[in-house]
Design a protein around this ligand. Sequence first.
Ligand code: SF4
Length: 432
Amino acid sequence: MITLPDLRSNTALLKLDLYCKGIRLDESCLVEEDGGRKILRTRAGLGSGLEVILPGDLWTNVPVTEHFAASSPYTLHREAGRYLLRWHGQDVTAVTLSPRPGWCDRATSTGKPMTRIGTLQGTYLGIYQAKVCEYWTAKPAKTNCKFCSVGLNLGLDDADDKSIDEVMEVVRAAREESGITYVDFNTGHYEGDTYLDILEPFIVRIKRELGLLVGVQTPPHRDLRRYDHLREIGVNRVSFCFEIFDRRLFEEICPGKHAEYGLDHYLEAVRYCATLGRKGPRGEPWVTNGEIIAGLEPPESSIRAIDWITSVGAVPTVCVFRPLTGTDLQRAQPPETEEMVPIFRRLFEACMEKGLPIGVAPNVHVSLVMLPEECRPFSPHRYPLQTLKLRAMAKVFGRRFHRRLERTGAEALVAQEGSRYAGSDRDSHPQE
Ligand code: SF4
């Protein structure tokens, strides 16, 4: 049973509970007028909510428009210019609106709104590249994943045709004005496994011209050697969203993924890519993520998935199921927070036990998921040696990254970032 003192003292629990319950906005709130981000119908096919920063620098995206948010115990109020979060009418904490930089209100030189090219998710730039996932247009019947909103969204919040120059213009603006360090590309399934061919020219330009960290989230290519090439061109993260570890539920909820690739190929891609860290350009970090959605299968199954992913050297990304409006699962209930806590506790503990590099990327705060390192308050274990090692890694990596930015001619931005984001280090990600 969650209590007010729990919520006040444990911001990780608050972040998790807000995912599960959503929030109601009081009439006093003036989110956009106060410089906050617009509530999009969706972000990366998953989130649709209000972007705020909780105490402890926890960035989050809180459900607002989904049915369950209408009965949430949480309300947000604007008082004396501050935003206050209440639970059953009692003050929990003040929160900060995630800032909306100027570029979010501008168009590219080709006339497209920049937010239709890419959106800020926490502190990184997410780009859903290319056309809609073909599971949404499959004949004779759609085979899209039942929780997914990507096919509802394209053409509304996302542009379906994005040239390299348009993307570069938005990445530069996000780098200069928002201090982003990481760009995340996301695609659905395309016949012929063309997603990596589509993304590679974008990746090469970003690495060469800006030196930023780049990640790729696509289905698992049938030729796994393609990931050796991604490693060679400097990609820093690959993520495979198999969502569900329970085979029967995977088939039922993700029919397209099941028919096209199958759960075993997803797992093999995770396992294969996790071995590539030893190869590739020196100084380019590499992480492999296996992504699941907690709340779509029994908690024990999610925990089994976490244990399997970490056993092969990959880092789990664990989303909380959100029944998005308009999706096949829109009438489903979100999971109970109490059922989620053991999953996120295991997420932290398994990563620490396996010595995985969590929380070492500079200035990567993620609003759509609980990052493994954010789940530390759920565990009674402190892992002092591993904690020291991770701090040292974060320092070394941060120094190297800034040197690289200098080499790519971004000295002015380094100074800007150093003052704006001193001391922050996070890592992780959204979903296809
Ligand atoms: S593969 Fe990804 S984009 Fe396509 S339906 Fe499933 S979750 Fe949505």
